[in-house]
Design a protein around this ligand. Structure first.
Ligand SMILES: Cc1ncc(C[n+]2csc(CCOP(=O)(O)OP(=O)(O)O)c2C)c(N)n1
Ligand SMILES: [Mg+2]
Length: 332
């Protein structure tokens, strides 16, 4: 696959920056008590998110997990309705009923996200099977973590996808930890990608801090899937800079070496990609500064939109359910 043209590479940088600034804004809102529950940030992982999402066609499907603010942004979604959803507002992508861990945004093919670790894997296989049965040429990209690769869902989904050769790309975002548990403590094989052998599908390891490498690898896998050659398991080695989720839970827990964090921060995907754009003559310092300013303005206006939006009407509470569970509350 060829390297994306300069305009596409600039858009990759914009989306990575959008995710970073979006998640920083979410953190500020959370710290001010504006978001109930918890939030899981993708800061540090932007390159693999954007590289993978931008390797898809506009109408391809995508499935996320609990750490998925960045996935719809990577696929090109508007930030206002995403932020409104996280704040529980009526203008949110799911009417404010889903929140941080349920940013389904059908406008960009994002089928949904779920806090049940591993549960997106079979959903992705179902979506891919549906695409094949409908003959619409779409593929489904499935994001999941290293922790999810130890769930039964992972094995069932990969086996069925392989047996039925459905057009799905499994993208493991291996950020080395499931909450505070290092992957090396819960697996005798160091790489998730090795497990592809058990299902007779290709398994590839990529540098998750390099958006272009991830992009090329996912593009190849998506083409393979579209051509009827079945699924691929890709493992992007990456790292989250914040703790698992926001809040005071992790303040006094030691589970990772500060030197390890510093080593990954030295390979922060944003300066890495900015450096590449400068070296390749795609962006000079002035253009990079303009992009930085434009993205900050976009995030500020997304926040303004979310803040100004109304709360959902209580009468909406039971709309969108398969079945209205309480007699007398039938608003369907
Ligand atoms: C089935 C299930 N088991 C446990 C949990 C609690 N839990 C939430 S996130 C998480 C870790 C997930 O790790 P990973 O898949 O590596 O994703 P990451 O958070 O690192 O992106 C756990 C154990 C859950 N939500 N669902
Ligand atoms: Mg993990």
């Amino acid at each position: 696959m060829s390297t994306p043209d300069p305009a596409t590479q600039l858009e990759m940088y914009r989306r990575m920056l959008r995710i970073r600034r979006f998640d920083e804004t979410v953190k500020t809102l959370f710290d001010r008590g504006r978001i109930p529950g918890s939030v899981h940030l993708s800061i540090g992982q932007e390159a693999e998110v954007v590289g993978a999402c931008m390797a898809l066609a506009g109408d391809d499907y995508m499935v996320g997990n609990h750490r998925s603010h960045g996935h719809p942004i990577g696929k090109g979604a508007a930030m206002g309705p995403l932020l409104a959803e996280i704040l529980g507002k009526a203008t949110g992508v799911n009417g404010g009923k889903g929140g941080s861990m349920h940013l389904a945004d059908f406008s960009v093919g994002s089928l949904g996200e779920s806090s049940i670790v591993g549960s997106g894997l079979p959903v992705a296989v179902g979506a891919a099977l549906g695409a094949r049965m409908q003959g619409n040429g779409r593929v489904c990209l499935c994001f999941f973590g290293d922790g999810a690769s130890n769930e039964g869902y992972f094995h069932e989904a990969l086996n069925m996808a392989s047996a039925w050769q459905v057009p799905v790309v499994f993208l493991c975002e291996n950020n080395s930890y499931g909450v505070t548990t290092a992957f090396s403590r819960v697996s005798r094989v160091p790489d998730v990608a090795t497990r592809a052998v058990a299902y007779g599908i290709p398994g590839e390891i990529v540098d998750g801090q390099d958006a272009l490498v991830v992009h090329a690898t996912v593009q190849n896998a998506a083409q393979r899937a579209r051509d009827g050659a079945g699924p691929t398991l890709i493992e992007a080695k990456t790292y989250r800079y914040p703790h698992h989720s926001e809040g005071p839970l992790y303040n006094n827990i030691t589970y990772r070496d500060p030197a390890e964090l510093a080593a990954w921060q030295a390979r922060d995907p944003l300066p890495l990609f900015a450096g590449h754009l400068a070296e390749a003559g795609i962006a000079d310092a002035a253009l990079l500064a303009d992009i930085e300013q434009a993205i900050s303005a976009e995030v500020a206006s997304a926040l303004e939109f979310a803040e100004q939006s109304p709360w959902p009407d209580p009468a909406e509470a039971h709309r969108g359910l398969y079945r209205t569970p309480i007699a007398g509350f039938d608003h369907a």
